[in-house]
Design a protein around this ligand. Structure first.
Ligand code: HEM
Length: 492
């Protein structure tokens, strides 16, 4: 432990300047800010912090509020799996309880305690989480995959004839919202306005409050409707669960689920598509059949977890983590992005992590993401179906032109322009089929996202259903139908 590293926990009777005081020195050799110019490249900053402090490092949040960032894989796992030592209830965080953090702090939306399962602990956490997981468990995975496939088909139909698209604004930002609106029980609320409102609310622009209100109004209407007359959907199961959630609790959990699912899954889709389009190793392994789309998604969860960090966990007692003395009331950032790159578990970052799911992308312990199967299914089926339809897809700009919008919590690709030979529309209710392309342009080894089966009747078609294209050839039969069905069923 270096001398700088003990400032947050020092119990010396003649302590130095308080945390955040400029006397500590900022920049090289001193404390680092996770905001402003210091944080232009957070990935690089985390590596420098790892070198300087080891697996747990002191940093400053906005307004120079002190925090620990957990960089080690094992230390992150220990953090989330030790509920007797760390809590997600921010009310015990010293800078909040002593007034250092003001109500207008820019990170307050992440920090402020709310009556939702992410911030609760013990029996209260159990009560809320059991209702959420029970509502999720009623979901039929076949139906879920069919919704995802249908919405993917509908989205691709919107741009397939043009030969060009931006896969962030026209695909990755839409698919999770379309699927989540189905899951929650409000498919009629999915439209461009809803996607834009959610994106705007998360970006925190001047119109964020208005956009947030737009989403919340839809969730309030849904709660009222299902309280009056439950149906067969996530919201109805939440409303009727024996845990007895109030209308406010139902609304807040719908908001938690919708925003967490939307942001994380949109990032995952964009990251995974960026990887398959730009990384030659990925493309080669996918096209050579050594890697399936679900394996590519898993690799993306290792390399670019959709939430870079989660704010935060708070120490309930004095303790030690990664060689640092943590004091009761200290705050810690759970950090999947640097944790997944810990050289102690990944000495060679270019080595494939195929078959290894021990990344930190979904957290762990009592708060581990309960929606991970849904997030994975949206990404697996969505990417697979898209590549199946647009098998000659190419990046339509130099890779260096790609830009990200970064915050402490996540890194969002701004756009992902692609080009391909224009393709005909397809029926949204049947599995995607590849369209003939010149042989040298095609090269994806996709895994057929949906089983061949009688199409479901769709009460809310995403686009008009065109007749199947007469010249569309049958997909190549690489596996038997039974093998493909099993493969799909197991989500592989
Ligand atoms: C790729 C997609 C997703 C990723 C990477 C992701 C990641 C995470 C992470 C890191 C956490 C915090 C874990 C912790 O505090 O230790 C979390 C919590 C949560 N996620 Fe996800 N998530 C994803 C998709 C979803 C989906 C689709 C849903 C709902 C359908 C969902 C619902 C939740 C909920 C309700 C929590 C709070 C759980 C609790 O505190 O007990 N997530 N997620």
């Amino acid at each position: 432990m270096t001398s700088e590293s003990s400032w947050l926990t020092d119990t010396d009777p003649t302590p130095g300047p308080p945390p955040g005081c400029p006397a500590h020195g900022l920049g090289p050799g001193g404390l680092h800010r996770l905001y402003g110019p210091d944080a232009a490249d957070l990935g690089d900053l985390y590596e420098r912090l790892r070198e300087q402090y080891g697996p747990v490092a002191p940093v400053l949040l906005h307004d120079d509020v002190p925090m620990w960032v957990v960089l080690g894989h094992a230390e992150n796992q220990h953090l989330v799996r030790s509920p007797s030592v760390y809590t997600r209830d921010s009310r015990i965080w010293s800078p909040l309880s002593d007034g250092t953090v003001k109500p207008d702090h820019p990170l307050m939306p992440h920090i402020a305690w709310q009556p939702i399962c992410s911030h609760a602990e013990g029996d209260e956490h159990q009560r809320l989480r059991v209702a959420v997981t029970a509502a999720m468990s009623t979901m039929d995975h076949r139906t879920l995959r069919r919704h995802i496939g249908r919405h993917t088909q509908g989205l691709v139909n919107r741009f397939c004839e043009r030969g060009r698209a931006d896969l962030v604004s026209q695909f990755a930002d839409h698919l999770p919202m379309a699927v989540m609106c189905e899951i929650l029980g409000m498919p009629e609320e999915y439209n461009d306005r809803m996607v834009q409102a959610a994106r705007d609310a998360l970006k925190g622009t001047e119109t964020a409050i208005q956009s947030h209100t737009y989403v919340m109004d839809a969730l309030s209407r849904l709660t009222t409707r299902r309280r009056a007359r439950p149906e067969e959907d996530f919201t109805s199961h939440l409303v009727t669960h024996a845990a007895g959630l109030t209308d406010d609790e139902v609304r807040e959990h719908l908001r938690l689920v919708l925003f967490a699912a939307y942001e994380a899954t949109a990032n995952l889709l964009a990251n995974a598509l960026r990887m398959v389009l730009t990384e030659p190793g990925f493309r080669a392994r996918l096209s050579g059949g050594q890697m399936t789309v679900p394996e590519a998604i898993e690799q993306s969860l290792w390399d670019e977890p959709p939430f870079s960090t989660v704010l935060g966990y708070y120490a309930k007692q004095d303790t030690e983590l990664g060689g640092q003395r943590i004091r009761k009331g200290d705050g810690l950032l759970f950090a999947p992005a640097p944790g997944n790159l810990d050289p102690r578990i990944r000495p060679d970052l270019s080595a494939s992590m195929q078959g290894n799911r021990s990344h930190l992308a979904f957290g762990g312990g009592p708060h581990e993401c309960p929606g991970q199967d849904i997030g994975r299914a949206i990404a697996d089926v969505g990417v697979d179906a898209l590549l199946m339809r647009l098998s000659d897809i190419q990046l339509d700009c130099p890779e260096d032109d790609l830009r990200w919008r970064s915050s402490i919590a996540s890194r969002h690709l701004v756009s992902l322009p692609v080009r391909f030979e224009p393709k005909p529309q397809q029926d949204v209710n049947v599995p995607p089929r590849p369209t003939a392309v010149p042989p040298q342009r095609s090269g994806w080894q996709t895994t057929t996202a949906l089983p061949d089966e009688t199409p479901a009747t769709d009460p809310h078609p995403t686009t008009p259903t065109p007749a199947p294209h007469p010249t569309t050839p049958e997909p190549p039969r690489r596996r038997s139908l039974w093998q493909r069905l099993l493969h799909w069923w197991h989500g592989e």
